[in-house]
Design a protein around this ligand. Sequence first.
Ligand code: MLT
Ligand code: MN
Ligand code: ZN
Length: 298
Amino acid sequence: MRMRALVLGAAAGGGLPQWNCGCDNCAAARKGVIAPQTQSSLAVTSDGAHWTVLNASPDIRAQLAANAQMWPTGPRISPLRSLIITNGDIDHIGGLLTLREKQPFIIYLTEAIDAVLRANPVFLAMDNALVERRICKLEEWFELNSTSRARLFAVPGKVPLFMESGTVETQMLGEQTVGVEYEANGARLLYIPGCAAMTDAIDAKISDADLVLFDGTLYADDEMIAAGLGQKTGLRMGHMPMSGAGGSLETFKPYDHVRKIYVHMNNTNPVWLPDSAERWHAQDCGWEIGHDGMEITL
Ligand code: MLT
Ligand code: MN
Ligand code: ZN
């Protein structure tokens, strides 16, 4: 084993079902016809004992309880040793408030994402003496332990939804939205739960990776509008769709050695349905559909 990756939450912000949504997928999840899914998070390890959690979802309490890999091994000894944050949206930072119980760990994040936390004093609930925030520069490796390291890289995206004002630039390339490159014992994983567009730089990283977990928010860019659930396209929300011109099914090159898994699926996405044509098409294109509790060993 070089690394293990555990999908703690495969759904986008809101989860499946989302509390106020009665769409077909959410209704099916409530009835147990399809498995409910929690909000966006991944855990990775190079030794099976010490885990780094990528994004702290509002569902983290249930996620840590549902996966034995994450259970404490003694009084106040959690396998969760560090966290990496990829943007300031609530689905990726809300869980920090759950992790406030006097537990030491390290949070790695960019200056821009740390500024979002600093602007919200509720995050002072995490004891600064125990929870260290390490500011990371883009593209600079940092050691997580003796057998693993990570670096953050710019991904086209936007400011967090709750900080939008005026005209919103949806394809900013900088520190607001980042991907994570995680390397353990020579194996390389990319985690990109939000991505508004493919770039040459991201494509080059994918060609060097063994495993990529990628933004699967919407299948069709206009699916929320078509379902009568909102006015926004996926691209307006900072997420490239799976289908269509410029979508991930088209833009991903067929690198044979790279395992591709969709994560951060919105509850409207038809790939949640086991027999949908959309799910079959994504699988035919070489993708796996992530789900809560999915574990990958490299
Ligand atoms: C997103 O990925 O677009 C956000 O999670 C939206 C939200 O915070 O609800
Ligand atoms: Mn999100
Ligand atoms: Zn729904």
